[in-house]
Design a protein around this ligand. Structure first.
Ligand SMILES: NC(=O)c1ccc[n+]([C@@H]2O[C@H](COP(=O)([O-])OP(=O)(O)OC[C@H]3O[C@@H](n4cnc5c(N)ncnc54)[C@H](OP(=O)(O)O)[C@@H]3O)[C@@H](O)[C@H]2O)c1
Length: 292
């Protein structure tokens, strides 16, 4: 799906670098087909060029003209400024993929020529180890082809689900914020292990390996988590006793409330992004500017 495609990274931060690792490191894209830009960090841009052998530039007209796919990897609050800079050079046959959490495709489309396919993606931090749970959603002009291209991009750093855009706040709450819930669980398990007499080192090693092993069991067996839980819970055994305490203390309810609050917060942030947006009509670049 990506063979022969030229891709531009607008932004060279941690997420762009995770994707460079997956796409260029994984040989899905040739370095000469990848161009990277950022706002002002020269050292970062040099480091990216030296590490991956990709082309780097600060010229927004150049980066746009060199690419079939524009992957916008800046922070949500920089999205309007970035799109205002590149929008005039974008051609509707290009695909724009955004990583900015909470910025709806309808807001991005206002900065781009009518007909430009926009895909919104929500990867998570596990992209850095090629184990992201990423969801992608199509904007109004993005069809099956654009979705398949975006799916191929994010498959280089993990698993990809296609969802309707209305589900993106739920995705953020479950998979975007999800690693933090797991880290909190592990922190608590380490502290609990220490409280019952394990050394900090042993508590960490046991807690981390337990979560890793359980995750692999889920992935490799494909079994229902409730079934796997039942398999380790002998009647009247230690696990059953521990789970009773977790249930009595509202473990599941706390998680459900946390996810619901994250959905609410994602909606608040998206409304802010849409409300603060004052996108001008897209000024169309002249043919000379485009080919510059
Ligand atoms: N990190 C994650 O795990 C994660 C997970 C899910 C979603 N995301 C989303 O991914 C996006 C990127 O996150 P990140 O962690 O990679 O951010 P980051 O490390 O802060 O990088 C942001 C990049 O955007 C560049 N930038 C800002 N304005 C620009 C402009 N006008 N033109 C060109 N480049 C511009 C910055 O350049 P300078 O450095 O030169 O300023 C920087 O290279 C965010 O929207 C975030 O919501 C990230």
């Amino acid at each position: 799906m990506l063979i022969g495609k030229r891709l531009a990274f607008i932004g060279a931060g941690s997420m762009a670098q995770a994707l460079l690792h997956g796409l260029v490191g994984g040989k899905l894209l040739a370095p000469e087909d990848v161009t990277v830009t950022n706002r002002s960090n020269d050292e970062r841009l040099r480091m990216v060029r030296d590490r991956w052998g990709v082309h780097v530039t600060r010229d927004k007209a150049e980066i746009t003209s060199r690419s079939d796919i524009l992957l916008v990897a800046c922070k949500p609050y920089d999205m309007a400024g970035t799109l205002a800079e590149i929008g005039r050079y974008v051609r509707p046959e290009q695909i724009v993929v955004s990583l900015a959490a909470g910025v709806p495709t309808s807001v991005m489309e206002r900065y781009l020529p009518a007909g430009t396919p926009v895909i919104r993606a929500m990867p998570n931090t596990s992209s850095r180890v090629q184990e992201s749970a990423t969801a992608i959603a199509a904007g109004r002009w993005a069809g099956e082809h654009s979705l398949a291209v975006a799916e191929a991009i994010f498959a280089s750093v993990g698993k990809v689900s296609v969802v309707p855009e209305a589900a993106m706040d739920a995705v953020t709450a479950v998979a975007g914020s999800g690693p933090a819930y797991v880290y909190l669980f592990v922190e608590a398990l380490i502290a609990a292990g220490e409280a019952v007499g394990l050394s900090p080192e042993a508590a960490r090693e046991l807690a981390v390996q337990t979560v890793y092993g359980a995750a692999r069991m889920l992935v490799e067996t494909g079994a229902d988590p409730a079934e796997l839980r039942r398999q380790v819970t002998s009647p009247n055994g230690t696990t059953a006793a521990a789970l009773q305490v977790l249930e009595a203390r509202g473990f599941q309810q706390a998680l459900a409330d946390a996810v619901a609050r994250a959905v609410e917060r994602a909606g608040e942030l998206a409304r802010q992004a849409a409300g603060e947006d004052a996108a001008p009509a897209v000024p169309v670049a002249s043919a000379t500017e485009r080919s510059a």
